[in-house]
Design a protein around this ligand. Structure first.
Ligand code: EPU
Length: 423
């Protein structure tokens, strides 16, 4: 069977503009959320990635009419039917777990495969389940491949999350929009994608207050209606291009960006010594690379801290420094599967996946054959390939296509020597 690989001849200087897509991690929640609407929903600004396609096909499995045209999606739930959702599709992405909350909200019942996604170490969904149970659901986990969730009636509840979880916050919100009475989620996630999903739900008639704070209040409503809604720009895609620009950009402007959403990265790039110009009115950031950077320490945290999803993409920059950098990953301690691949390129990097730490020293990278173990590791390897001398071949690129719209085309437009091959 043939597979696609991405090849990069490193050493080119990139220049120009790139426009960021809608946020993957909003889109993957808002698409399932459309099934709560009675009427037509029009979404705009969707990223063109395989995770979006998979979720749309899950809506079709529920007899929902969908029409996708580039960044726009129309959804009509008039003939919706509850159906068990197949394991193979559900397993191909983590965010399929949002079908649980949405279907529970709409039907009070669902049978669904267990979620897959990037291998970042253990990724339990106990907080989602705790939330569903608090709302009145019973969960049958006796099958090894699927889960049955059912509630006679959904009622409001006070839920305190044991850890800040984006997925649990959104999933509980989806299930609670139709619950009788008020639901309060304490220690809720404050990520911009949570706010985006709450804004979408409010636009179809939900009553959610406090999104963007750690206390969310959801007053259950009987019916939700259609809407037109635009997804926010992807702060992680934007951050990835910011890192690429700081690594190899003569001058790169990144458009359709909300500077506030990438503030932790912007400040870290400035600490490294990068030339970063932020134009909040124009929703644009312009970056010029420097030949060397100061070493820095990075600790991933929940929003507004430094995003775990940018920990891998920023790593190649830490090889351009004049001393060792230290990374602490507090969200997914095992999110270091890029490290062994970077070593194949000559990188001086060591990680401890139990402690969730890595030490990164100045290194000169050479092209090599490397494997993208997960989405953001893939972005890291592409950036490393752009910096390296010689040709880098990135395998397992399906992970990259799950989250980055047209990445090869965008980089080519900026002047990179990058192409795909079927092997
Ligand atoms: N956690 C639990 N139990 C739960 C839920 C989470 O122990 O029930 C733990 C996780 O294992 C992790 C931490 O809590 O250690 C935070 O996980 P969270 O639930 O916030 O992550 P998620 O919702 O599954 C989303 C993004 C990830 C991103 C994280 C953190 C989506 C679809 N995924 O995952 O994005 O890394 O939030 O910001 O929104 C990516 O885009 O590459 C990606 C992996």
């Amino acid at each position: 069977m043939t597979q696609e690989v991405i090849k990069i001849r490193g050493g080119q200087t990139l220049e120009g503009e790139v426009t960021i897509s809608g946020a993957k991690n909003s889109a993957v929640a808002i698409i399932p959320a459309t099934l709560l609407a009675q009427g037509q929903v029009k979404l705009d600004g969707l990223p063109q990635i395989s995770d979006v396609e998979t979720l749309i096909s899950l809506l079709e499995d529920l007899n929902i009419k969908v029409s996708l045209d580039g960044k726009q999606l129309e959804v009509d739930t008039t003939e919706i039917q509850n159906a068990p959702l197949p394991n193979n599709k559900v397993e191909s992405l983590r965010a399929s777990y949002y079908m649980m909350g949405a279907m529970l909200g709409r039907f009070k019942k669902c049978v669904i495969g267990l979620p897959g996604g990037c291998p970042l170490g253990p990724r339990p969904i106990d907080q989602h389940i705790k939330g569903f149970k608090a709302l009145g659901a019973e969960i049958d986990e006796s099958s090894e491949t699927s889960m049955k969730i059912e509630a006679k009636e959904l009622h409001g509840a006070n839920i305190f999350l044991d850890m800040v979880s984006v997925g649990a916050t959104i999933n509980i919100m989806l299930a609670a929009v139709h619950a009788k009475g008020q639901t309060i989620i304490e220690n809720a996630a404050k990520e911009p994608e949570v706010v985006d999903v709450a804004n979408f739900l409010n636009s179809i008639g939900a009553e959610i207050k406090g999104a963007g704070t750690s206390s969310l209040k959801i007053s259950g409503v009987e019916e939700l209606h259609g809407t037109e809604y635009s997804v926010i720009p992807d702060r992680i895609e934007a951050g990835t291009y910011m890192c690429i620009a700081a690594a190899v950009g003569k001058e790169i402007s990144i458009n359709n960006i909300v500077p506030k959403h990438v503030e932790a990265l912007t400040m870290k790039l400035k600490e490294l010594g990068a030339d970063v110009e932020v134009d909040s009115d124009a929703e644009k950031v312009t970056i010029k690379r420097q030949s060397t950077y100061k070493n820095v320490d990075i600790k991933t945290l929940v929003y507004p801290g430094f995003a775990t999803d940018l920990q891998q993409p920023i790593t190649p920059l830490l090889f351009m420094t004049d001393g060792p950098s230290f990374v602490t990953e507090t969200i997914y301690p095992a999110r270091f599967r890029h490290v062994e691949e970077l070593k194949k390129m000559g990188a001086n990097i060591e990680a401890d996946m139990t402690l969730g730490t890595a030490t990164i020293k100045p290194s000169k990278l050479n092209g090599a054959e490397v494997y993208a173990s997960d989405l953001r590791a893939g972005a890291c390897l592409i950036t490393a390939g752009l910096l390296a001398e010689g040709i880098t071949t990135v395998y397992n690129v399906k992970h990259i296509y799950r989250g980055y719209t047209d990445i090869v085309k965008n980089l080519k437009t900026l002047g990179a020597d990058i192409w795909t091959e079927q092997i």
